[in-house]
Design a protein around this ligand. Structure first.
Ligand SMILES: [Zn+2]
Length: 250
């Protein structure tokens, strides 16, 4: 599988707890830092979780003492990563009428469309049915966004596949937590439903990106040259994604 964003040794990335031994060592002195022992890890690693907690990974044969030294030698990086995280706009945790949410590339207020038996809200020009206008609207609305994505995204992907002549077998729309899209060796393009929340130009970039993986299954210079050919605005799109991923909960 190839996707947007590759493995980076020191990056803000979600920690997949299934790959870790679950023992988290937390200290009172520094509550925003936890140590996790991993049987798979070969090296000491430091990542910053979305909740602001720094996770230091201790490899199978490593020690907490060494991990602390590793963390201390990467304090500057951690500070910068925290500052970067703080600057990023984030989606509201709970959504109610009046909350601004990202929709088709713009922050739009959730407004009441109709009340009563058919509770409906609108976000910009789109109307969505919700069971009730009370309580947190995030889960029901995101489910509606995902439904809309399943209708809209495959069509666009097939359109761009035809335009570029990329050999695609299937297009699926999924609920991916850490990537925008992926392309399998068998020719399946998977797209994150949250792309309906992004600007059209960004959505198209992700599709072009995955389509070009049908030609180059890597992120080599040759791959990026192909992307640039079909999607000259790819750098701007990448910038938007880095800056605004938090607005869609990525
Ligand atoms: Zn990629």
């Amino acid at each position: 599988m190839a996707g947007v964003g590759g493995p980076r040794p020191l990056a803000v990335e979600p920690v997949n707890s299934a790959q870790q031994a679950t023992l988290e060592i937390r200290t009172a002195v520094e509550p925003e830092l936890v140590f996790v022992r991993s049987l798979r890890a070969r090296n000491y690693r430091l990542t910053l979780r979305k909740d602001g907690v720094a996770v230091a990974t201790i490899p199978a044969r490593g020690s907490e003492h060494e991990a602390r030294r590793f963390v201390d030698s990467h304090r500057d990086w951690l500070e910068r990563a925290r500052a970067r995280q703080a600057r990023k706009p984030r989606a509201a945790e709970t959504w109610t009428v009046g909350t601004a949410v990202l929709w088709r590339g713009e922050l739009q207020e959730i407004r009441v469309a109709t009340v009563g038996e058919r509770s409906q809200v609108c976000v910009a020009a789109d109307v969505f049915r919700v069971a009730s206008l009370e309580g947190d609207l995030r889960a029901p609305l995101e489910a509606q966004f995902a439904r809309r994505a399943k209708i809209e995204l495959p069509g666009r992907a097939w359109e761009l596949a035809a335009e570029t002549g990329a050999d695609v077998k299937h297009v699926t729309v999924r609920n991916q937590r850490s990537r925008w899209g992926s392309c399998s060796a068998g020719g399946t393009i998977s797209l994150n439903w949250r792309l309906v929340q992004a600007p059209d130009s960004v959505r198209d970039y992700i599709i072009y990106h995955e389509l070009m993986h049908r030609r180059e299954m890597n992120h080599s210079d040759r791959f990026w040259a192909r992307v640039a050919e079909v999607c000259p605005w790819w750098r701007d799109a990448e910038k938007w994604l880095k800056r605004n991923g938090g607005l869609v909960g990525l």
